[in-house]
Ligand binder design. Structure first.
Ligand code: Y12
Ligand code: CO
Length: 173
């Protein structure tokens, strides 16, 4: 399946993703196609809505201590729900749908998430560190929320100005 990343300010990123009810080959094909795209673009997380499939599915592959992202570490989450969240942490986030921009964002430090795997089996995961942050970032995509929505008014204004300039430069080169 040929997939491309939908980029801000595309309105498709603002849709609320639908619950996955069929754990069939079309879901598996989508997940199988998202993985190489995420790896080729140096991503650590990608939600299906970012490739124009507004369903509650996301993938994550957090780099290990050597900075490697072996496929064994790939996590596929379908219909995730956060059941517990604690603490506070700030991390400089980026997003494949908002290229070239990184901003400090406040998130919960740890969380527990219930989800289904690609075959519909129920799972529970306790997450901390970058995994916890990435889960929250990707789950926001399922609600049509982007990390830039969490910026202060002044930071957002600055971002919009710089992003517009970046898009213009990209168009002309
Ligand atoms: C912390 C950090 C990231 C997340 C959410 C997942 N975000 C990403 O995976 C972002 C990846 C990304 C990759 C880029 O590199 C390429 O596109 C080749 C990138 O660079 C450019 O756009 C030039 C930006 C972002 C949650 C928590
Ligand atoms: Co993102």
């Amino acid at each position: 399946m040929k997939l491309t990343i939908v980029e801000y300010p595309d309105k498709r990123l603002r849709m609320k993703s639908k619950e996955v009810k069929s754990f069939d080959s079309s879901l598996h094909n989508l997940l199988d196609s998202m993985y190489p795209l995420m790896m080729d673009t140096n991503g650590i997380g990608l939600a299906a809505i970012q490739v124009n499939h507004p369903i509650r599915a996301l993938i994550l592959n957090i780099p290990d201590e050597d900075g490697e992202q072996p496929k064994e570490n790939l996590i596929e989450m379908i219909n995730p729900v956060i059941t517990n969240k604690e603490g506070e942490t700030v991390y400089q986030e980026g997003c494949l749908s908002v290229p070239k921009f990184y901003e400090d964002i406040k998130r919960y430090e740890t969380l527990t998430v219930n989800y289904q795997d690609r075959d519909g089996n129920t799972k529970t995961l306790d997450a901390e560190g970058l995994l916890s942050i990435a889960i929250q970032h990707e789950m926001d995509h399922l609600e049509g929320i982007l990390f830039i929505d969490k910026l202060s008014y002044a930071r957002r204004k600055k971002f919009e100005k710089e992003y517009k300039r970046m898009l213009k430069e990209r168009k002309s080169s």
